[in-house]
Ligand binder design. Structure first.
Ligand SMILES: *Cc1c(COP(=O)(O)O)cnc(C)c1O
Length: 392
């Protein structure tokens, strides 16, 4: 019995994981420091740890971020916030996403701050809070041009007046205390600054109009990573850093020279089979690849069930012995085949780097993203729980 348990623990231990996301927590610290360096000292720093910290592991990242100078945390869903609380994280947490009125007790119990999108949502939560005899803390979301959720404002004075009245009514609701107001930037990662300038101007005008009516908030915020890096005027009382926390840039159009970010994640696997095959050898489902000459094909136990997209089929590389090996044929649920014929002496259990550096070559999350026409955000946040997260 005892022997069996020991064996099980050993088998399941990180050492024997077939696919590992190795997270360098010092990189996260570094990224917070360099971002804070370009911020006004009075602006607070929110570490956005939604979607399991963009695939990096929310609890560990939240702990490290708080130790490294973050002031609070942001998540998309209530259950993400509850999970952090259950891991004894006591930092203030703002939930960006929708909250059912029926969840009001939970919000209160775990001391969370929620987002309200409009009067109706605020009213429903207010009623529930009053029934329960609690007061919910909330931030109000303003849509200055993101076009998703929140009170829609534009530059017309008449509509701004209406909005001010609307906000006044929200502020007067019992059982819900509106501590903050925020907006989200839709194009701060673009080289063209026009739209972001317009969004910030609208947000500013609204805040001014509200001030004239003696409506003020403890905290106003607007900046995502791209806002932090490119728009100092968007920092207000707090910034919300997501992708940059993990060492990735929001796009290739931002001025990367302003902050020296260090990627936190290295995604690794191993070779589980290496076989010499003849020319004309067919590979993987659908036989979409056929070898042109004799070569060595290696299997890597990573697949789309790990979040390694099937769109990488015959599209991209992995690193083996410091060399790039092309992916050949279709990515399967649990395996991907690479051609290592040009790399001498590839053996079973050799390390494979899927994202990160090996010897003097690097494959970045950006490169993977480019290959399948998406963004680095999706590459890292798609990694499923089957990928073991290891911290150093
Ligand atoms: C995800 C998110 C952020 C972080 O954006 P990044 O581009 O990753 O920095 C900030 N604010 C809100 C509301 C978000 O949903």
């Amino acid at each position: 019995m005892a022997f069996g348990v020991v064996l099980l623990i050993k088998e399941l231990s990180m050492e024997y994981a077939l696919v590992k996301a190795c997270i360098n927590l010092d990189a996260v610290s570094n990224n917070i420091h360099v971002l804070k360096n370009i911020m006004d000292k009075k602006s607070k720093f929110m570490a956005v740890v939604k979607a399991d910290a963009y695939g990096h592991g929310a609890v560990k990242i939240a702990q490290k971020a708080m130790q490294s100078g973050a002031d609070n945390l942001g998540v998309a869903r209530l259950d993400e916030a509850v999970m952090l609380r259950q891991a004894d994280i006591t930092a203030p947490i703002l939930v960006f996403g929708y909250i059912y009125p029926a969840q009001a007790a939970l919000v209160n119990e775990f001391d969370l701050t929620i987002t309200v999108y409009n009067y109706d949502m605020a009213k429903a939560l207010s009623q529930k809070a009053c029934d329960l005899g609690i007061v919910l803390k909330a931030h109000l979301k303003i849509d200055t041009g993101m076009g998703r959720v929140g009170l829609i404002i534009n530059n017309l004075k008449v509509t701004r007046k209406k909005i001010v009245h609307h906000i006044k009514r929200i502020m007067e609701l019992p059982g819900i205390e509106i501590e903050g107001i925020y907006t989200h930037l839709a194009a701060a990662d673009h080289s063209d600054r026009t739209y972001t300038n317009l969004q910030l101007k609208m947000f500013d005008s609204l805040l001014n109009d509200l001030k004239k009516e003696n409506i003020e908030f403890k905290v106003c915020h607007a900046a995502n990573s791209a806002g932090i890096m490119g728009y100092p005027e968007s920092h207000y009382d707090m910034v919300r850093a997501g992708i940059s926390l993990y060492g990735l840039y929001p796009s290739n159009e931002v001025d990367k020279s302003r902050v020296n970010l260090v990627p936190a994640m290295t995604l690794k696997s191993i070779i589980t089979s290496a076989r010499r095959v003849p020319p004309g050898f067919k590979v993987s489902y659908g036989m979409t690849h056929e070898t042109q000459k004799e070569t060595v094909l290696a299997s890597v136990p990573v697949g789309y069930a790990d979040g390694f997209s099937r769109l990488f089929s015959s599209n991209g590389h992995m690193l083996v012995k410091g060399e790039k090996a092309p992916i050949v044929g279709r990515v399967c649920m649990d395996q991907t085949i690479i051609d290592v014929g040009h790399i001498p002496d590839v053996q079973v259990e050799d390390e494979v780097v899927i994202i990160g550096r090996q010897a003097n070559k690097t494959i970045s999350a950006d490169e993977l993203a480019q290959n399948i026409n998406t963004i680095n955000y999706e590459i890292v946040s798609s990694l499923t729980p089957r990928v073991k997260r290891v911290y150093d």
